[in-house]
Design a protein around this ligand. Structure first.
Ligand SMILES: *Cc1c(COP(=O)(O)O)cnc(C)c1O
Length: 456
């Protein structure tokens, strides 16, 4: 064997060994960030004219750099929306990379896109959207929300009455920050219904009635949330759908976090009305156990997305040629060149079956219920509200905001847990409280107890 080949094989074995170690460990160390200068001092120059060699670079990664990342799949990482990609999905993420597939057009990525579409059919079936509805995988919920908002706006502006008007959308303050950020990207104004709890149809109607005539003309879409990131709250999707139908507005449901719970029989009815949406965002990298990054946007009428997003270019025409008949994911969202990022999910679903997904999501919901009971029994803490989906908001009696911050940093420093404070709106004030978000089925009751016991 040629020398370079032996090196390549050895390096591949090293990488495989690292990967096997990492994915077979359910209790990775919670890493601690370091300042860039500190890291530079530890690893020195890594990009040089001659190269430092894979072996040395990989060693620096293992010894210093990896340790400053916080693995999101640690069972006591209950901050933000954590993740817990399946081993099958991680393995196929490697295969996805090794296969070098351009996932924009069927002509180049038929097999990969076929697999993505099989996985997508399952997600679409969970929503109950009518026949013809379909979606594509995106880099995440942010890109999915942007793709949906732009589709809605372009469709609205097809009407000559609205050409040249700046659009307006309505959502609630419980909506994810990306809705506001993406409205900015799309140059669309946003009106927030003042509730962090369930946005009901009646509140939406009131907000619409309060608009000036010109604002009403500019209003083209409503965003409901299918599981708020902060508290797991699902808006009154049925009520919102009825108003959107009556008022002729695009209805987008952001279920980036909560979408996984569409598979859970115990809470599925909370999402009733989602089947009347025009578009839906779901993040498989949150509660569908996919590695980063993998979001999804689904449309009731995908043709409208195609009208908005299909890119034109003389060098692109070939992909639309008769010889390349098939589904072109690039046509339905903002990105051209794309990883077939739904492929790891497909392999994991094919490996485990959808029942296992159902069980794993139900476990997250169950953990939130268990945590709720433990909080009720613990005299130091108190629920802010009943757990919703897999989110639990609770307060440590007598603590000020800085006590929560200090506690979070201490737990992190010790490598024990990552649980971060959040704010909950009560009347006109925001209270700092503690929050759990469960995703990882490997989290145990003992983990929850240890965390609550540390709040002394
Ligand atoms: C996380 C989240 C998003 C943003 O998704 P990214 O994948 O982080 O881009 C949008 N909406 C909701 C409700 C979310 O929870």
């Amino acid at each position: 064997m040629h020398k370079i080949d032996i090196e390549l094989v050895e390096m591949t074995m090293d990488v495989m060994k690292y990967t096997i170690d990492r994915i077979s460990s359910t209790n990775p160390k919670i890493g601690k960030p370091k300042k860039a200068e500190e890291l530079k001092a530890l690893v020195g120059e890594t990009i040089t004219k001659e190269g430092i060699g894979g072996e040395v670079a990989f060693k620096k990664w293992r010894k210093h750099l990896m340790k400053t990342n916080v693995p999101i799949d640690h069972p006591r990482h209950l901050a933000f929306v954590p993740a817990a990609p399946t081993r099958a999905a991680i393995m196929f993420d490697l295969v996805t990379s090794a296969s070098s597939i351009h996932g924009a057009y069927w002509m180049e990525g038929a097999g990969g896109i076929f697999c993505e579409n099989e996985a997508m059919k399952w997600i679409v079936s969970l929503t109950g959207l009518p026949k013809g509805a379909f979606g594509v995988f995106t880099s995440g919920g942010t890109a999915a929300n942007l793709s949906a908002i732009v589709t809605a706006r372009e469709h609205w502006r097809e009407n000559d009455d609205f050409k040249g008007e700046k659009g307006l959308i309505i959502t609630s303050i419980g909506a994810h920050s990306s809705i506001k950020a993406m409205a900015k990207v799309a140059d669309v104004d946003i009106l927030l219904v003042d509730t962090e709890d369930v946005m009901h149809g009646s509140e939406l109607q009131k907000a619409i009635n309060s608009l000036t005539e010109h604002q009403r003309k500019r209003l083209f879409a409503v965003v409901g949330t299918g599981g708020t990131t902060n508290a797991g709250i699902i808006d009154d999707l049925e009520g919102i759908a009825s108003i959107c139908e009556k008022e002729n507005l695009w209805f987008h449901v952001d279920a980036a976090y909560g979408g996984g719970a569409l598979a859970a029989d115990s809470v599925r009815q909370l999402f009733n009305g989602i089947e009347r949406a025009d578009s839906i965002t779901v993040d498989p990298h949150k509660w569908m156990f996919s590695p980063y990054d993998c979001g999804a946007v689904i449309y009731k009428n995908p043709e409208l997305a195609k009208n908005a997003h299909s890119q034109q270019g003389s060098y692109l025409d070939i992909f639309k040629d008769d010889g390349a008949h098939g589904f072109n994911p690039t046509d339905y969202q903002i990105q051209l060149t794309r990883r077939v990022r739904g492929l790891p999910l497909w392999f994991s679903l094919a490996t485990h079956g959808t029942d296992r997904y159902k069980e794993a999501v139900e476990r997250g919901i169950e953990l939130a219920q268990i945590a709720g009971r433990m909080i009720k029994e613990n005299p130091n803490v108190e629920l802010v509200r009943e757990p919703s989906l897999s989110c639990v908001l609770y307060r440590r009696l007598g603590w000020k905001p800085e006590d929560y911050t200090h506690w979070t940093y201490e737990n992190h420093k010790k490598g024990f847990a990552l649980v971060t404070p959040t704010k909950w709106k009560k009347g006109d004030t925001f209270e700092t409280v503690s929050r759990f978000c469960f995703i990882n089925p490997d989290t145990t009751e003992k983990d929850i107890k240890l965390i609550l016991d540390s709040m002394v």
